[in-house]
Design a protein around this ligand. Structure first.
Ligand code: CO
Length: 133
């Protein structure tokens, strides 16, 4: 659904350990981990009633998440993902308002295009935009 918060991503040093932690939450359903080599990460989703947590860990030392974990070794909130009806139009509109769009759209964890916005333009929060289905 366009305009909804699609997920909150938590960077973790050990994905299997993190899945064990998060599946303890009442009603949480932990998914299966899979690699996203195009983003340099391995991810698993934890589904809740109307929201999702994305657990994300680095694939390789040059992963963008590796830098985050070097500053936050125990892990922490890495980004929030917001779903948009038209990713290209959203990027153009945001850029016109001075927000920095990082790179070009690439397939994300659900196979739909995603892009990131610079955290300095959103009060220190890395924003992922995902094309709505
Ligand atoms: Co994400």
């Amino acid at each position: 659904m366009p305009g909804r918060l699609a997920h909150i991503a938590v960077a973790v040093p050990d994905l299997d350990a993190a899945l064990a932690h998060w599946r303890r939450l009442p009603g949480a359903r932990a998914g299966v981990a899979h690699d996203l080599p195009g983003h340099g990460v391995r991810v698993a989703f934890v589904d809740m009633a109307d929201s999702r947590i994305e657990l994300v860990t680095p694939l390789g030392d040059d992963s963008p998440v590796a830098g985050y974990l070097s500053r936050n070794p125990a892990g922490g909130i890495h980004h929030i993902c917001y779903e948009v009806a038209d990713l290209d139009a959203a990027c153009a509109g945001l850029a016109a308002q001075g927000a920095r769009v990082l790179g070009a759209p690439r397939p994300g964890a659900h196979g739909r295009p995603v892009i990131f916005l610079h955290p300095r333009d959103f009060d220190g929060c890395l924003i992922e935009l995902e094309q709505a289905p």
